[in-house]
Ligand binder design. Structure first.
Ligand code: CP
Length: 302
């Protein structure tokens, strides 16, 4: 991984993924290690973020690195009409690595082709969010003891949700049984289903999951991505289609964990938060350790 960009989860071999998860475990035991002393990391967020930006910045601070960048591109020369190309060519002269979130699908790949330093994709439109996937894998392995042969429910906006696209591609390596639960309008795109068919993996599509919830090892809830809808009326139709409530968890497996990349809107009722099967806030903490492992691997300091 040294000096390589991380744009898609498929940029990583299975061995590289497992190595990141192992290193993340080491950082969980000992997070304060000044391995990035003398390194400068730029965080360029062209779209809003709480967890991804702040967990990256927490990881960089804990590693003794320094941070430049913006959380709001309207404060940069993008607001004067500067192109992404010129922004990346410029900022890559100021730092050792760029973490970038951008609304356009393919923007991270494009940035990686013109940057003189590695790019980490912190989310490009509805396409990919590979560092979220690595922290999701860490959370799944930590709670289930394995990544093999799990029954994973992906619920909600499977069309626009970049986290489910990356997670599906990653979990496919461990013989996962996938249940895709979404309204017709927000089904998993054909290209991702074809990806599973080509490797001979089964998936099941549903519009409701109350009758099958007892089979789940992982329920991965997602927010309906309001910002990706061109028609607000279409968003209104589906925005509250799934609400997971504590009462629905009565007959679920003892090992079940509920994950969510967050932010949530209404799709997990707050009465689930105190249930030991709710894992979404621990999941956010895992993001720091996993991002420490990613930064150190790409910057070649481990
Ligand atoms: N999970 C995630 O990407 O959250 P943010 O949008 O807050 O970064």
């Amino acid at each position: 991984m040294k000096n390589k960009s991380l744009v898609s989860i498929d940029d990583l071999s299975t061995d590289e993924i497992l190595k990141i998860l192992e290193l993340a475990g080491d950082f969980e035991s000992e997070p304060e290690r000044k391995l990035l002393a003398g390194k400068v990391v730029a965080t360029l967020f062209f779209e809003p973020s709480t967890r991804t930006r702040l967990s990256f910045e927490s990881a960089i601070n804990r590693l003794g690195g320094r941070i430049i960048g913006f959380a709001d591109s309207s404060t940069s020369s993008v607001s004067k009409g500067e192109s992404l190309k010129d922004t990346i060519k410029t900022v890559s002269n100021y730092c050792d690595l760029i973490v970038m979130r951008h609304p356009l699908e393919g923007s991270a790949r494009y940035a990686s082709e013109i940057s003189r330093v590695p790019i980490i994709n912190a989310g490009d439109g509805a396409n990919q969010h590979p560092t979220q996937t690595l922290l999701d894998l860490y959370s799944i392995k930590k709670t289930q003891g394995t990544l093999d042969n799990l029954n994973v429910f992906l619920v909600g906006d499977l069309k626009y949700g970049r986290t489910v696209h990356s997670l599906m591609m990653a979990m496919a390596r461990w013989k996962t049984t996938f249940n895709f639960i979404s309204p017709e309008e927000l089904k998993m795109p054909e290209e991702y289903k074809l990806y599973l068919e080509n490797i001979g993996l089964k998936y099941y599509e549903h519009t409701d999951f109350t009758d099958i919830i007892s089979k789940a090892d992982i329920i991965y809830m997602t927010r309906v991505q309001k910002e990706r809808f061109s028609d607000p009326i279409e968003y209104e139709k589906v925005k509250n289609i799934y609400v997971l409530r504590n009462s629905m968890l009565k007959n679920t497996k003892p090992n079940l964990k509920i994950l969510h990349p967050l932010p949530r809107v209404n799709e997990i009722h707050t009465d689930v938060d105190e249930n030991p099967k709710a894992y979404y806030f621990e999941q956010t903490m895992n993001g720091v350790y996993v991002r420490q492992a990613i930064l150190c691997s790409i910057l070649g300091v481990l």
